[in-house]
Design a protein around this ligand. Structure first.
Ligand code: GUN
Length: 300
């Protein structure tokens, strides 16, 4: 059997179409143009690509994009000052500080300084607490993207066994909360889990977000399971020419595709959904800040 390849790129394009419609409605009916501020510190090439894509797609759906590029040597106090300024600006509804930040900057301090109402990443402890206690609102971008793909494929996830590999605040923990909210039986596994292969073999849904290149093998996966690969790892690709590289996930795709029922590719799976969900979250926060009901088709 060969798995259905889940086309995250196409799904994200459809989602961006819905976002454009909601942005147009907000402008026409309420004179509100959602605005997203993205802050990048330093010049990590991968982060620069992400930030450029975020800014371009923000504008493509009709929202305002504000980009701040700070040098790697910027003082923590200077970054905090910028966040304070963005917190009070009326035309900014979402603030994202691209992670990781340089070592001399305390990432926790930065996350905690962002107004929770404008925290489109949902990294602020207040927002993490809301997710944990089931309060409605925006949801972290990558887990939201994964959930949308799963619901599109399966409809109701009730009673399914889901294994989340990876316990990061960014993906693993919010993902597990969302799956629990959708009535899955959730197991959180991680790099220290004993007999990970056996744990994964029980899963109807596998979310691989552990950050280890092609770690999840085909013979770990239950026949017909759905595999969502969140990993983005760059590996050498000499077959493409000297010094060339390519992106692979946390799952050994060529093995898994023979066993799984459905699988996300890397690239073109979860990645495009993350940015689309960031835009969706900016519409949601723009609505909530203005005491409007957010569109139900843009959140979980
Ligand atoms: N770095 C990699 N992914 C993300 C993300 O989703 N949000 C932020 N703020 N930084 C990231």
């Amino acid at each position: 059997m060969t798995a259905t390849i889940i086309d995250g790129k196409a799904f994200a394009e459809t989602l961006r179409g819905r976002i454009s419609d909601h942005v147009a409605d907000l402008k026409r009916d309420h004179d509100i143009t959602p605005g997203l501020a993205v802050v990048i510190v330093g010049n990590d090439p991968a982060s620069e690509v992400y930030v450029r894509n975020k800014a371009r797609q923000t504008e493509e759906v009709g929202m305002n994009s504000f980009k701040y590029e700070l040098p790697a040597t910027v003082a923590e106090s200077e970054l905090l000052r910028l966040i304070m300024e963005l917190n009070i600006r009326k035309d900014v509804h979402g603030i994202l500080v691209q992670m990781p930040v340089p070592e001399h900057i305390d990432a926790v301090k930065i996350i905690n300084a962002i107004d929770p109402a404008k925290d489109v990443d949902m990294f602020h402890p207040q927002n993490a607490g809301k997710l944990m206690t089931g309060q409605l609102g925006p949801v972290s971008c990558t887990p939201l993207g994964c959930l949308m793909l799963l619901r599109d494929l399966h409809g109701d996830l009730s009673g399914m066994n889901a294994v989340v590999i990876g316990r990061s605040n960014l993906v693993g923990k919010p993902m597990a909360q969302l799956l629990l909210r959708d009535n899955c039986t959730v197991t959180m596994a991680h790099s220290r889990t004993r007999d990970l292969a056996e744990v994964v073999s029980r899963a109807d849904i596998v979310i691989a977000a552990v950050g280890r290149t092609q770690m999840v093998k085909g013979d770990w996966i239950k026949k017909g399971a759905t595999v969502i690969d969140v990993g983005i790892n760059r590996i050498p690709a000499p077959e493409r020419g000297e010094g060339k590289t390519r992106l692979v996930g946390d799952v050994d795709f060529s093995e898994a595709v023979e066993v799984a029922g459905a699988i996300t590719p890397v690239p073109g799976g979860v990645g495009p959904m993350t940015i689309a969900c960031l835009l969706a979250n900016t519409v949601t926060t723009a609505c909530l800040i203005n005491n409007l009901k957010p569109p139900s088709d843009l959140t979980a």
